[in-house]
Design a protein around this ligand. Structure first.
Ligand code: MG
Length: 158
């Protein structure tokens, strides 16, 4: 039995914040703003995993009003989402994701991101796809005011 999940996340970009994407720290003039480390890609993957099993969303499991999650490493959140789907007797077939951002170029970091995610989710990096696109200077993404990520996952019953 297979289940599909989809996730999307948005974060504002601002000077003076660190930029974490896919579990990797990326040196940049701006970083993502959020209650946690604001890793938009890991958040989209968390939501896709939760969504596949109708387990609600990341805001339900890790409320941004809870000081416990202030500044938290999103890899911890991803680990917890993995535990939840494992507990339900499912494993991950593959993940396909897309980052939408104008800058910086993330290609040099994609392999590191895939390795970080594969390690947490007990997958091969071949099961994790991370794509990226700019929006050709259009919208808040093009103005470098924000970053967006989408993710789709396929789960199978063990
Ligand atoms: Mg988020």
């Amino acid at each position: 039995m297979f289940r599909i999940g989809q996730g999307i996340d948005f974060h504002q970009l601002a000077a003076g914040r660190e930029l974490w994407l896919g579990g990797v720290h990326i040196p940049h003039t701006k970083g993502a703003v959020g209650h946690s480390d604001a890793d938009v890609l890991l958040h989209a993957i968390c939501d896709a995993l939760l969504g596949a099993l109708s387990l609600g969303d990341i805001g339900h499991h890790f409320p941004d009003t809870d000081m416990k999650y202030k500044g938290i490493d999103s890899k911890v959140l991803l680990k917890e989402c993995y535990r939840l789907i494992e507990e339900k007797g499912y494993s991950i077939v593959n993940i396909d994701s897309t980052l939408l951002l104008q800058a910086p170029k993330i290609k040099p970091y994609v392999e590191q991101m895939r390795e970080a995610i594969a390690g947490i989710l007990h997958l091969s990096i071949d099961d994790i796809s991370i794509k990226a696109t700019t929006t050709e200077q259009l919208s808040f993404i093009g103005r470098e005011e924000g970053v967006v990520a989408t993710a789709n996952v396929l789960l199978k019953k063990d």
